[in-house]
Design a binder for this molecule. Structure first.
Ligand SMILES: Cc1cc2nc3c(=O)[nH]c(=O)nc-3n(C[C@H](O)[C@H](O)[C@H](O)COP(=O)(O)O)c2cc1C
Length: 285
């Protein structure tokens, strides 16, 4: 890590969703930074999908007419942003989880450079955004994010959205992390050097701030199985799959930075079967 770059832990801790942007146009230097980050992003993840199944485009509102801008709606959720990053995928088995991993990596790179972002999976006009990018056959927009300089203060709507979804809050360790079985919570002390990777999962953003990930550590082994909790009216649908990719991204980047070596595998026969939990992926240290 060079002297000026921040640690992944600092970056994750400093990220929050930004829904109010400074309305001034981005300067040339910032625009170049955005293009460079998008160009350099590594299109791979532990889910190992084909590279061409995921790509990104920038939509610049500054070149659009007022009526076009209006149509590209975010239903009042986002204010002041002049650019959006559009995440485009092609169907394949783990593409949503993979997209979650890659898009979150992008968001963290933008955060490190001082840009504001906000994952949007629902509150935008998908049809009109689709008309503004060049979608090929079998391609879909999965999520988008505004990108820009955060405004110095949040407007009232922004504060109300955050309050409604309790955006600041995260579930406690004992609700999210377990050892051996889902009745036995894993404590921050007993997990030793894996405390930070798990804490970074805990701080991850998720759709509606639902925090659907649950992690089960094997007793006496540094093996962590990632599950998704099945709730009332909660199918393992597209945004939950994206949430899982984000959690895997935070765990992966943090273990790598701390020098904790491990491999990701998707077990064909899940190690533990539980009615309430759906198995997704395993990290073996
Ligand atoms: C996959 C995904 C989809 C999301 N979709 C929306 C959305 O449509 N509209 C919105 O305002 N926020 C959306 N969010 C942002 C979450 O509400 C936010 O991440 C969560 O409340 C935690 O707040 P924080 O990001 O400030 O930590 C989404 C987040 C994720 C991860």
């Amino acid at each position: 890590m060079d002297k000026n770059s921040k640690s992944i832990i600092e970056i994750i801790k400093s990220r929050t969703s930004c829904r109010t942007f400074n309305p001034a146009l981005l300067n040339k230097e910032d625009k170049t930074k955005i293009v460079k980050i998008l160009r350099d992003i590594n299109l791979t993840s532990p889910f190992n999908e084909k590279k061409q199944n995921c790509r990104f485009e920038i939509i610049k509102l500054e070149n659009k007419r007022a009526d076009e801008k209006k149509k590209l709606g975010t239903y009042g959720f986002i204010k002041g942003a002049h650019q959006f990053i559009v995440g485009i995928t092609r169907k394949s088995k783990y593409i949503k989880e993979e997209f979650g991993y890659i898009f979150e990596k992008l968001i963290l790179d933008f955060t490190e450079q001082g840009f504001g972002t906000c994952w949007l999976g629902g509150t935008f006009n998908r049809t009109n955004f689709a008309k503004s990018v060049n979608l090929e056959e079998n391609e879909h927009i999965l999520c988008i994010s505004p990108i820009g300089i955060p405004s110095d203060s949040r407007r009232l709507t922004d504060k109300l959205i955050r309050r409604a979804i309790k955006a600041k809050k995260r579930k406690k360790w004992e609700v999210l992390f377990f050892e051996d079985n889902f009745l036995n919570p894993l404590t921050e002390i007993s997990v030793g050097k894996y405390r930070n990777p798990l804490e970074m999962v805990r701080l991850a953003p998720s759709a509606g701030n639902k925090q659907p990930w649950r992690i089960l550590k094997e007793k006496d082994n540094n093996i962590f199985h990632f599950y998704w909790i099945i709730g009332k009216n909660m199918n393992y649908n597209k945004l939950h799959k994206v949430d899982m990719g984000i959690a895997v991204c935070h765990f992966d980047l943090t273990t790598k930075e701390l020098g904790l070596k491990g491999e990701w595998t998707i077990k064909q026969d899940p190690p533990f079967n539980f009615n309430k939990f759906k198995y997704v992926i395993t990290w073996e240290g």
